[in-house]
Design a protein around this ligand. Sequence first.
Ligand code: ZN
Ligand code: ZN
Length: 633
Amino acid sequence: MHRKDLLPDRAPNPWRARCRPHEHDQSPPPLSSPIQTPQNLSNPRCLAGHHELRLRCRRSNPTTMPSLAASTSSLPAAPPRSSSDASSPPATATATATARSSLNLLRSLARARRTDLSHRALLLFRSIHSTSSSTAPSPHFSLPAALSAAAFLAALPEGRQLHALAAKIGLAPAHAVVSNSLVHLYASCGLPDEALALFRRIPAPTLVSWNTAVDALAGNGDHLAALALFREMQRDRPDLSPDAYTVQSVLGACAGAGALSLGLYAHALLLRELGGGAAVGDAAAVSRDVLINNSLVDLYGKCGAVELARQVFDRMPARDLASWNAMVLALANHGRVRESLNLFDSMTRTENVVPNAITFVAVLSACNHGGLVAEGRRYFAAMVSEYGIRPRIEHYGCMVDILARAGLIEEALDVVAGMKCRPDSIIWRSLLDACCKRNAGLELSEAMAKLALDVPDDAVSVSGVYVLLSRVYASAQRWNDVGMIRRLMSEEGFKKEPGFSSIEMAGSVHQFVAGDTSHPQSEEIYEKLDEIQQRLTAAGYKPDLSEAPMVADMDRTKGATLRLHSERLAISFGLLNVAPGAPIRILKNLRVCKDCHTISKLISKLYDVEIIVRDRIRFHHFKDGSCSCKDYW
Ligand SMILES: [Zn+2]
Ligand SMILES: [Zn+2]
């Protein structure tokens, strides 16, 4: 599985489509409305429950769009707010009918959620407002539809033109429906700060405004900010009762932040707010609602409570493909590989559910986590021959990783050679990682590093390649080359991605970085860390310095650096604060290092505590001195 796959910080909410502001109405669409799930709209790496918003793949080419501002300059200023929800009085019945049919067509195009039709929606918006004709629909209604199309295309330049237009005619930020659509637009373009800034300027934000803003933050990976905004709504707007959409966004944020107790609270809220009182009819609908239950499976799966995920899944009155995908993946990520593959088999054989590309990302991840080479080959072949699914980069990535980690580097290279798409830097890094671990030789490692660096990518990815390469040189005792890499990194300004570990307690998330002293309990945490160290040493533990940062030259410094890794601070904090018998749940943004893995196993035994760590790749359940990953990660 890829390093990026469990990235907690860029998790798209697979159910975001439901949270989007409805184009023309402040009330959200009914729960049962057939909204297209986004699973076939973007890549499975996102949707395998994980995470990078790959907006660029949907980004429109601005050159293909005519300027909207020029064409709509004849739009009238907004009428006073009192008449904001009614169309302007039509000159004639024909004009009204024409305006209504243009608006209906515009809305239909925008709702279709197809690239070509969204482009047509923007062109239609331009043409219906190109003259100051009485047959044009009111911009109160047409703008949200156009903004929805721009949001689907992540077409920022066109969206900004529409924003300028809305501001010019007095609809932004004054008009809540138009402003909600703008908040959603900026969120879809990966600009959560702009979305939030606009939300703050809406004079009378409605529940939909709050939902859209919470979703804007959660969908862009600002999970903690999303949860804080939700709390703000509860505190400052007691008149607004959270609805199914609020709860779904909150569940998504909790899943992203690995915040189990907040997730349990949101689940209870869901049952309380939507499961009783006047809305009994709604409650029945909600309990049956597949998408909400899918959110719960995802939430519990990502918060380390796979048993709860399974309970929700088993009790679902109806399941769709996404439910199965979420459960197969949750089991895979928790290292319950056999259970995951058995579930896939019963899904396809007993339940006759036809798997899709995302299902196979989950299945191949299971094989990868379990080191199951033969099964991985078999499922990969079945995906193509039995189900006619064309392998995507994610499937190739899993297959390459499975083979390379098993030391079958030649075969992994054959897979890369047969790829129908261009390998990305993750694939080359996975091979380089395997070369590094297997001592596959300098020449091959250097070749992999070169190929990884040839793929244009972000600075973090480049620095990851440098770090791996320096390890290859270090293990070959090529100290001059280690020094050269170090110089390159500092000259080019590359730093390792800063690691953090977080732990949630009673609804608050405590986040630690390496060597952190900012926590109010810092003194106690370090005292506990010293005590842990003494007990570890007494138990015969010796630090493994192979993955200590290469900048720490002296072994002594390296040892000290290792001791301050963020997850150790989180474990120490957990030992101090978690109720006896309860597990310590930690979320990490990077992979757990070898030495931290070793000490986590030892601590679970010495302190008789279960430690559940979600790292970038998977979950580790440390208990009684061993880990659920069986040391294969
Ligand atoms: Zn570590
Ligand atoms: Zn492990």
